[in-house]
Structures are given as C-alpha cells and as structure tokens.
Design a protein around this ligand. Sequence first.
Ligand code: ADP
Ligand code: ZN
Length: 655
Amino acid sequence: MAVSENQGARPSFTGLGARDVSACASRPTMDDARAALSRYFGYEDFREGQRFIVDAVLAGRDALGIMPTGAGKSMCYQVPGIVLPGLALVVSPLVSLMSDQVHALLDAGVRGSYINSTLTPGQQRTVMRRAIEGTYKVMYVAPERLADPAFREFVSQVHVALVAIDEAHCVSQWGQDFRPSYLEIRDFIESFATRPTVVALTATATERVRDDICEMLGLRDPATIVTGFDRPNLMFGVERLDAKMKRRRVAGYIAEHPRESGIIYCNKRKEVDDLADWLASQGVASARYHAGMSTAERQESQRRFIDDDALVMVATNAFGMGIDKSNVRYVIHHNMPKSIEAYYQEAGRAGRDGEPSECLLLWNDGDTSTCRYFIDRVGMNDGVAEDEVERVQAIQRRMLDWMLGYCRTTGCLRAYILKYFGEEFAGRDGEGAQACESGCGNCSNCLGDFEMVDVTDVAKACVRCVLELHGSFGKSMIADIVRGSKAKRLLDGGLDRLSCYDTVSDSANLVKDVIELLAAEGLLSISDGTYPVVEAGPRILEAEADGFTFSMKKIKRERPAASAGRGLPSSVSFGSSGSGDAELFERLRVLRKRLADEQGIPPYVVFSDKSLHDMCARMPRNADEFLMVSGVGERKLERYGTAFMEEIAAFSVER
Ligand code: ADP
Ligand code: ZN
C-alpha cells in the first residue's frame, strides 16, 4: 500500500475531537473510557486485563501489563489517550508498523499521528506543529527519537498526559529483542517538569524481564497485571513427518484453506526459498521473507502479505516481530524451532482477533540435528569466554529438550506449553513433560490424533545393549546390533555375541525413535557433539524393573479431524454454521479487500475477520443493527456501513 506521505497533515475528523478535550476538565472516569471504547472501537466492554490497566492509568498511577499477543494491549493506552486531556505518546520499536497503527486509529475516528525516520524533516515539523496546536490525541514515536533535542523541545510545549511503552521487554537484556535505545526512555520520562503517567506493556512473561522493565523504565509503584498466557482460540497440533512429506502436508493444508491467510516458518533461508519455489511449482502463490533478501524486497513481501495480496507467507523467524495482521488463520512450522518461547511467540501470530486458528508443528530428527548444530556453534568466532559459551549452550540444550518434549509428548499440548511458562528454567522434572491432568480438548493430542504403540521389547533391548556396551556407540550402531546386522565392523568387534544381538525385528528408524524417546524420558542419555553417543540415563534402572512398559505415539494416517474445518469441536467452529455463512463471509471479505485497496490500507484495518463473522451472524439491515457488530464504532459505521449492508442485503435476496 502507498504509505500516505503527509500522514500528519491528513485531514482530521472534525467534531470528534474538540469535545473530548473540553469534557476532561475533571479526571475522566471508567465510564468515559468505556464510552470511548464503544464509540471509536465498537467494543462493548474492556477485557479484564484492559480494565485493570485503564483504571490505574486514569487514576494517574503507573501500570505494567503483561498479556499475551491478541489480548488487546493497544486499547490499554489508546483509550486513556482519547479520554485524558492532552497527548499520549506511544513509544514503539516497530517503525514499519506505525503507519498501519495510525491508519487504524484514523479509520476509527481517533486523531493519531506518528513521527519517525520515514517522514521527511519537513513532515516531522508539520506533525509537531500540529501536535502543539492540540490536533492529536495519540502519537507514536520510535525510542531513538526521545534523545533528539528538537523532539525534547517540542515535548516541552505540549501537555503529555501519558507515556505508553509498547514492547516494553525491549528494555531488558534478558529478553529476545533488547534495544539499547529503550534505555533512553527513563531519562526522557524524568525530563518532564510534571511527570506523565507511564504504562508499560509486553507479552514477555519472565520474572527477570519484568523486574528489568520496572527498574530500567523507572516505573513508580506500578499497578501490575499478568494475565493468563493461554490462547483458547488457538488449536495446537504436532506431526512428525519426513522432509518430503512435510512439503506435501504444507501444500495440502494450504489447499484445504484456500481463502485463509497463514505463515509457514522454516529454520533456514534456503529452506524458505526451496519451499516457496516448490509451492509455486504446485501452483501455490506465496510471499517469502528472510534476511538474505534486500530491504526493499522484504518490505514489498511483507506489504503483499499484510494487504492480503499474498495469503501465504513463507519465512524464517526474521519475519513477524510487529506483524499486527489480525486475520492470520494458521501458522505452520515446517521445522522445529529452538525453544518453546520462540515457538509460542511465532505460533501466537495466528488468531490475534480471537477467531479460531491453527498452529501446526511439523518436525523430524533432521530438525533436532540442525538445532544441535547451531547450539554447538554458539559463540564461535565471537571472542566470548569459554565458560560463558558453555553456560549458554547448556541453557540452550535445556530449552531444546523442552521443545523436543513438546514434539513427543502424548499429553495435552496446551498444558505442556503453559506448564513451561509456569516453571521457566526450573529444568525438566521428569514428570513435567508428560503433565496433562485434564487436557484442553483442542490440540492434536487431546483430539486423539495418534495411537499408542507398545514398544516395550525394543526399549528393553536398547537399554540392555547400552548397559552391555557401557555407552560407547551411537544410535545407528545400537539399532544394527539389536536388529542382528551382519555388518563387518560389527562382527569384527564380536558384537554379535552380546545377549541383545538380533532380538528385534522392527525397522532401524523405529529403534532409533525408541532410543530418542528413552533419552527424552531420562532412561537413556544422548551425548552432545558431532558423534553423539548413547549412554545410561538417570532412570535407566526402571527399565530393568518388573512390569516396565514403554509405548510410543504414532500419528494416524487418516486425518479426518484435520481436514474437516478447523478441527475444533463444532461448538466453537464457524465451519459448522452452514455454507451460507461461508459464502457471505467470502463476499464480505472481497468487499473489505476492495475498500482497503481504494484507501491504501490493510484489509484487517478496515474490519477484522471477527467483525465479518459477526456481520454474517447478525445480518444487520440498519445503522443500529450495524453498530451492534463487534468492532464497529461510529466512524466505521459512517464509512463502511452502507457498503457492507448493501452486500448483505444483496446476498439475502439472491439466496
Ligand atoms: P495485542 O497488542 O495485545 O496483541 P491488539 O491490541 O492487537 O492485541 O488486539 C487484538 C485484537 O483484539 C484486535 O483485533 C482488537 O481490536 C481486539 N480487541 C481489543 N480489545 C477488545 C475488547 N475489549 N473487546 C473485543 N475485542 C477487542
Ligand atoms: Zn490439549
């Protein structure tokens, strides 16, 4: 889309602003905030976390909100920004996103603006001048800007009521996205003659990051809320597939969801290119994104995806930070990521609008090897002290173990993830990985997408083999021995005389899987390095005990659940509400795309998928009914009401 160059000079919406300012002679109340939420954004009420934060901010108290993606963090500062007198400054690292965020505000009738390096110096001056005149309620800035003398001078001339810090974890060196410029924020806040209220928001939950945020931003006794990290609308699935099958599965999935937007994550640039090329050869168009592309190429790619010109994005993890696109319906991991954190962050880009969405992880042993390879190379040529490197490697291995546990667990996948976040870095406690008391009913394990295969005999043979060999061989050799291979290196070593020799008739791959699983469960242990050796694990004696059984999960070949709609129970699935809905939804989707293109803004900014679904359900015929639709405020009604109601009416007549 063409980013409007004179963003700040875009005609503001008369009438909606002046009243707000004068109305705020006394402190705005929660009722004022709720009225603004409904009027501008079309939502009936705040969600719990939002209510807590908004309440604190309106009372003039600093606040810290830790909420998962999709929780609605932006309302926590946008709504106070609207109802408080003066200007709310929003510090965000996501420069490329600011114009979309501001377009969304303008489209909702809120006077928003931004200042960043994509504006010319002249445009920046214009925006600042207009801000001094009181034109805006909300202004986005990049943290670098805060140290700029001209900006400081500007700020001294406006009434800043609130400073909101988005992606606040960027201030912490312990997070994944540390930005040195975030360290400027504290000084900036303290430079005000009258200190504004400060609200910090992040989706990163770790205690260390949280402490850093309070400390490094200088928050004063912040009202803090950590909402649950569960994302009930996300369905989680894990499938173990050979490399060749993975791409077929991806192509099949896309074919089953032809009108839906999704992201496919790969762990290497080459894999992105290979997969995108292969998909193209199968007639599937996709955008791609990785660090090997030029900035212009990447921007173009991202734009095509956000504007729904390309529904599928194939990318490395370089893609996604700050992707606000709310209608991503699925995220497929073509490779296993290196940690649960990374996985949940990437998968969490699905379903920000709260609509049912899927997160599918495809993996195989090759992914494990790739991850181990990267861990072995940590700190290489970095001049980092050796013990530091070892410490980092040990942490990363533990994170990888958790990730592998996720791939292999037969318990509830959601329970597994939430447990991980609850007991971060506490290490695996053996039982942890299997924990699943009740199950969520909305993941591939709870939905029983697999069957259990008894592999007790194989497990016993492998354990016996490791004990007899005293742990000096790798997985393949053990598989050869228990399967009775006649290989020369084996016979020469007299290994055919071991009691475990030739006691298993299953495939070598199955034996290796069993060894991996035994290692994941602590019965065996696989050493690190280029030639991993299988050794006894801390729980090895359990395998010798009477009554020992061992079973392994195997994905069923037939997958009726996965191909039927979302795979969700029908009570939550929109697929169940009849094909008429699907048809109307599609028409509204096309209309949304056309209206978005006409204005040069992303379709999700016009309406979320959730709003379109709600229109399908309500079939509004007049302004009052249209205002009932979730996400429809006064401005949206004014702008789009007629077009959408006409489409709905036409659909009703034709049916
Ligand atoms: P986050 O930044 O926490 O990931 P967003 O601010 O992008 O979340 O909001 C996620 C989605 O939830 C958006 O589509 C937003 O419009 C919607 N939303 C936010 N607040 C509410 C609310 N109170 N009621 C209904 N929907 C909401
Ligand atoms: Zn589950």
